[in-house]
Each structure stands twice: as C-alpha cells, then as structure tokens.
Design a protein around this ligand. Structure first.
Ligand SMILES: [Zn+2]
Length: 193
C-alpha cells in the first residue's frame, strides 16, 4: 500500500502516479484521483467521474472476470483502462483505449467494453491432460498477450500474460517448443491499439 502525498488516501502501487511539477523540486507520489483532478485543472478539461468503477464480463469458457475501470488524463487525451487484479499488484487481463478530448467519454467507454468482450471471446492457449501429464500448447498460429517484467528475476526477464494468465519466459519457451522447426513473426502492438 502507498499513501497519496496530497490527500493521504492509501492506494495500491498500481494506482499511484509519480508527479514532477518543477524539475528542481522532488517528485511526489500521488493517487490517480488527485492526478486526474490536477491534470483536468491545468488542461481545462472535464474530470469525468460518472461511470461504473467495476464491471464483470464472462469469457468464452464461461469464466467471470471482474475489471476495475479507471482513467488517466494525459496532455494528449484520456487513457481508459479495464484491469483485472488477480492478486496484490498482479494483473490478469488488461485493456486500454485512448480518448481524444473532443470525444465523449461514454463513447470511449463503449469502445473499452467492446474491446474487453472481443478480448475475452477467444483464447490462445490449450491445456490438455495426456497420460497424466498436462500438455500446454498454442491453439492456433496466432498468440496475443502482454509483455510484463518478471520481478522474480533481474530487470531483463519478461513474462507473458496470455488469456489473462501468467507464463514465465521458461514456460512460454516450453510451449514454443511444440512448434520447433517452424518460423515465426513477432509484432509489437501498443496497448491502446
Ligand atoms: Zn490523492
């Protein structure tokens, strides 16, 4: 837990923003609400608050996922996020959309919901039990997911979040071995795309 230096509210590390107002002054650690209020003020935009802060969606296997809906106001627009917390500062599914200031926030939220539904409508990894062993493989030729830092190792080791579940580099490599000898194409996609 982190305490906001402006309002004193406790927040998870994920929801904190480090703000540097003047270069020669120490930066401050503040909560998302204080950050958004501050940004809305200096940018002269609305700090839209009239939305559901939580939403539950069901994936293609009938499993429910509970998302926290949050926003961050940036100088270039608003970033809307739907984050599924699966543990303390541990994130499963995560979806983002960008809203321009001219766009209505309700439309941006509709796009976010659509993106969540689409994201949950298919899975990329198949788990089967074969002669007592669990076999994990890719369902098809395409795998989509998120690259995160694996804090169990040094700062150079990634982990992968696929179907809202974590796979270490080693686990991911093992799944890749089911395609040994094949070629692959890697495409990096911005989270708001
Ligand atoms: Zn605060």
């Amino acid at each position: 837990m982190n305490r906001c230096e402006w309002c004193g509210k406790n927040s998870s590390g994920y929801g904190m923003v480090v703000l540097t107002i003047k270069e020669d002054e120490p930066s401050q650690s503040i909560c998302e609400d204080c950050y958004n209020r501050y940004m809305a003020d200096i940018l002269g935009v609305e700090d839209y608050k009239d939305y559901e802060k939580e939403a539950t969606f069901t994936d293609c296997d009938g499993i429910e996922h509970r998302f926290q809906i949050r926003k961050k106001i940036h100088p270039t627009g608003i970033c809307w996020e739907a984050v599924e917390f699966t543990g303390v500062d541990k994130i499963g599914y995560s979806f983002e959309v960008h809203q321009d200031f001219e766009e209505d926030s309700n439309y941006a939220l509709k796009r976010l919901y659509k993106k969540i539904r689409k994201g949950l409508s298919q899975k990329f990894i198949k788990r089967e039990v074969f002669q007592g062993h669990e076999l994990i493989s890719f369902k098809g030729n395409i795998v989509e997911g998120r690259i995160e830092w694996d804090d169990r190792y040094d700062d150079r080791t990634p982990k992968f979040i696929i179907d809202g579940q974590e796979y270490s580099l080693e686990e991911f490599g093992r799944i890749m071995m089911s395609c040994e000898g094949w070629n692959f194409r890697l495409e990096i996609i911005e989270p708001t795309e």
